[in-house]
Design a protein around this ligand. Structure first.
Ligand code: ADE
Length: 421
């Protein structure tokens, strides 16, 4: 327990955490503009927010923005391996935002921390993966009446929440931040693309040039990972289940293979499907000696780790974040970051500049939930288009980029149907 009531690794890390938070802030001008407005207008005055997000320097800037808007924020980690301990310490000690997050926490502590932020009796929940919403609905139902709404950051969380909504189980409105164009087109593609390669590089120090890299899944994250791996000179193979996405990968210039065939030739395998057992026991059986596996999807279920454990004669940590599984005489395969999000477990997550737009959408979505609460029902909402475009406008402004506007004549043309050839 700390002065603000959180649970962090070490208070002595706070000063280093403040430096890290300030460094990230320099790359987050859109969020900064919102923060300055929030400071003046205090639109979230007294609002209790419980957030379950990756505890990084970017998330810290979001939490501080919400606090400056008047909110009372409690924060826990949305993954046991993604916490930056200095940042957690700084938030808890220097900013008095109770933070419950320790990098490497076991599953029990992870859930204890989620329970702790729910003791804050949130009026707004903020999720990255929907663990908070799930726990509210399963264990803390007495809180539901007091909850105005929630936000969800990631693809996997939105899929989970839509399933809840379709089953008639979702009991308060959620804004799917992931669905904003200014979120997924940048964060999922360029953020995941760069930070996934960063995580694998930090964990292994491998050379990408000439490497046979199998990217499993060609959604926005897969597109980003494949394109960045190609940029580093890798020989990229894509696997997909969706015909349209597979075609897109082919026309983007990648080789598309069935995962059995990819398994035989690949050297590095990266899962980004959001699904279960994308790398199955069979895939592992077909892999060559020395194959490296990493996951950049939200949960650690994309690689069948229980099967891997069963298949292994011995398991050994050969470098931090790298486990060697000796499967049979002469064949070992390597699992990075215990199959958890490699970009956050072995690196620092997405760069601040893309998180700027994601978290601007988050901050504005909280304000939107509060303003519109009377008109919202328990379902999953998209970020309003105007808000999404405003985030884009502010980002361009911060970059000093001017774009064109339509003349009246052009507006008239584009809105009419009469004029043809
Ligand atoms: N998700 C991916 N990268 C992140 C980051 N840097 N901060 C918070 N959440 C993230």
């Amino acid at each position: 327990m700390t002065t603000s009531g959180g649970d962090i690794k070490d208070s002595n890390l706070s000063k280093a955490g403040v430096d890290r938070i300030n460094w990230a802030a320099k790359e987050m001008p859109v969020l900064e503009q919102i923060r300055q407005r929030f400071k003046k207008e205090r639109p979230l005055d007294g609002l209790r927010i419980s957030a379950c997000l990756h505890v990084t320097s970017e998330t810290a800037n979001l939490a501080i923005t919400l606090m400056d808007g008047g909110a009372l924020v409690n924060l826990c980690a949305s993954n046991p391996l993604s916490t930056q301990d200095e940042v957690a310490a700084a938030l808890d000690n220097e900013y008095q935002i109770p933070t419950f997050a320790i990098k490497g926490e076991d599953d029990e502590t992870y859930y204890t921390h989620i329970r702790s932020v729910l003791n804050h009796r949130p009026q707004i929940t903020m999720d990255d993966g929907a663990d908070l919403v799930a726990m509210v609905h399963q264990e803390r139902r007495e809180l539901i009446n007091g909850i105005i709404g929630g936000t969800e950051e990631t693809t996997t969380g939105v899929i989970r929440l839509r399933a809840m909504s379709e089953a008639g189980k979702l009991e308060y409105p959620i804004v799917a931040v992931n669905e904003a164009d200014t979120k997924h087109l940048f964060d999922n593609r360029y953020g995941t693309g760069q930070s996934t390669l960063d995580g694998i590089t930090r964990a292994t120090n491998l050379l990408w040039a000439g490497r046979k890299v199998v990217v499993m899944g060609y959604g926005w994250c897969g597109r980003g990972v494949a394109s960045r791996a190609r940029g580093m000179g890798a020989n990229v193979i894509v696997t997909e289940i969706d015909p349209t996405k597979a075609l897109e990968a082919i026309m983007d210039g990648f080789t598309v293979l069935h995962s059995d065939d990819a398994a035989r030739v690949g050297e590095v395998f990266i899962t980004v499907t959001g699904g279960l057992k994308t790398i199955s026991k069979r895939t592992i059986e077909l892999m060559q000696n020395g194959a490296i596996m990493a996951n950049s999807g939200h949960f650690n279920v994309e690689i069948d780790i229980p099967a891997l454990q069963e298949m292994a004669n011995s398991v050994r940590e050969v470098r931090p974040m790298v486990k060697e599984y000796s499967i049979s005489h002469g064949k070992s395969v390597y699992l990075l970051g215990d199959g958890r999000l490699i970009n956050l477990s072995a690196a620092e997550g997405h760069p601040s500049s893309v998180m700027d737009m994601s978290f601007a959408n988050q901050a504005l979505s909280v304000e939107y939930l509060l303003k519109e609460s009377a008109n919202l029902t328990p379902k999953v909402y998209s970020v309003p288009d105007e808000m999404d475009r405003e985030v884009g406008r502010l980002k361009l402004l911060a970059m000093g980029v001017k774009i064109d506007t339509l003349s009246d004549e052009q507006v008239k043309y584009i809105n009419s149907w009469e004029e043809g050839t």
